[in-house]
Design a binder for this molecule. Structure first.
Ligand code: PMP
Length: 405
């Protein structure tokens, strides 16, 4: 199927505007995507038609809001092919999902001297929560290195695993390199040694078809705001037998069964991990975002984004002195680069004056920057609403900026 990109773009009001009198070219999709009108309408509709606090009240509005909220849970379940809706926990984002697992898994399963393997290409949010947990428990973090093409050195994994290894934490897709990691293979190695695997799917879920059963992962996290949905909403998927064994992450309303001063019992899954009033309208509107991407078809959007990636990569490589970080064939639509003699921050700031939004800096991946001996990069990241014409505009602007320096 060929996508009608111009028609798709009409769904995204924010893309219609001009920045410094030039048409906006939005290439910061790995940081956060933009929302189609359908998601904005769903958010608006929640507040104007059926907003009430979920699960607790017996009245019409609360009931409608609860139904819509739970419908999104089913949509997420189906999107990632989880076995049951109990395994879909709403959080405020990937970061909170990771903190939840780091805390609760740590409490249940980690002892002093245990080890957690974390890859070198991780976002800080998939490093620091494990470090905090390791600090509390007296456990150790062991790094799984990458090579200079941005590939995980899977062949080292078996050597890094010891009798103390309890969990491997790894991104499905790197937010800097775009590398798509071989999750099924890593999971197979982990499980053959009785080790659990946590996958950070923040950069994968917007671009790849995810099947948690096929991947056989123990935990999977994603963020709605990177999937054309509202910010402040995320998901944690977990295997049921594991989630059942984990203690709650936060205490409060909703997560309890019965509260007594003599002792409290906890609610069933998924509510055990959803303390307090969640982002009700955001979760409901996330359902509209899932409908939107499924209507286009994940395979279709992935194919178009791949075409954009190849087109942009070829053009960028034609620029003298430009180096791309992350050159794996299995790659999603993220290109990080530097240009000899020009600071990434200056490139980004000048591109902005051409109406082009890119990211500059360390991309919350300091260990990865250290690997390449750099402070940061420019990062252009694509979504299905981007076009080859926008890439042409970007390349021309980049050449002009480089010439100015
Ligand atoms: N992991 C990766 C790979 C990411 O790209 C991001 C967002 N930049 C996160 C985790 C954190 O996601 P959030 O800020 O939505 O919690």
């Amino acid at each position: 199927m060929t996508l009608d990109i111009q028609k798709i773009r009409e769904d995204f009001p924010i893309l219609q505007q001009k920045i410094y009198n030039r048409p906006l070219v939005y290439f910061d999709n790995a940081a956060t995507t933009q929302r189609p009108q359908q998601v904005i309408d769903a958010l608006n509709k929640t507040y104007t038609e059926y907003y009430g606090n979920i699960h607790r009240a017996a009245h019409f509005l609360a009931d409608k809001a609860t139904t819509a909220y739970e419908e999104t849970r089913e949509k997420v379940r189906s999107l990632i092919n989880a076995e049951t809706r109990e395994q879909i926990i709403f959080t405020k984002g990937t970061t909170e999902s990771i903190n939840l697992v780091a805390f609760s898994f740590g409490e249940a399963f980690i002892q002093a001297e245990d080890e957690i393997i974390v890859s070198e290409m991780e976002h800080h949010s998939n490093i620091v929560p494990w470090q905090l947990m390791a600090g509390r428990k007296g456990a150790k973090i062991v790094m799984l290195p990458i090579d200079d093409d941005g590939r995980l050195q899977i062949e080292d994994l078996e050597k890094l695993i010891t009798s103390r290894t309890k969990l491997i934490a790894v991104a499905h897709v790197s937010n800097v390199l775009g590398t798509i990691n071989p999750i099924a293979e890593i999971t197979r190695i982990a499980h053959s040694k009785g080790i659990r695997i946590f996958v950070d799917g923040a950069q994968a879920a917007p671009h790849l078809h995810i099947d948690v059963q096929k991947l056989d992962v123990d935990f999977y996290a994603l963020s709605a705001h990177k999937m054309y949905g509202p910010n402040g909403v995320g998901v944690l998927y977990g295997k049921k037998e594991l989630l059942d064994q984990l203690p709650p992450y936060q205490g409060g309303g909703e997560m309890i069964s019965e509260v007594k001063f003599s002792g409290t019992t906890y609610n069933d899954l998924p509510y055990k991990f959803e303390a307090g009033t969640p982002n009700i309208s955001g979760v409901i509107a996330f359902g509209a975002a899932i409908d939107y991407i499924r209507n286009i078809g994940i395979e279709n959007l992935a194919a178009w984004e791949h075409e954009l990636l190849n087109y942009a990569t070829e053009k960028l490589l034609g620029i003298p002195g430009l180096r791309i970080y992350g050159t794996q064939p299995e790659k999603s639509g993220v290109i990080s680069f530097n240009v000899d003699g020009v600071h990434f921050f200056d490139l980004g700031t000048m591109l902005d004056k051409f109406g082009i939004a890119v990211r500059t800096g360390h991309h919350c991946a300091d260990p990865l920057m250290d690997h390449f001996g750099i402070q940061g990069t420019v990062r252009a990241s694509f979504a299905f609403y981007n076009t080859k014409e926008e890439i042409d505009v970007f390349i021309e602007a980049l050449k002009k900026v480089i010439a100015m320096f």
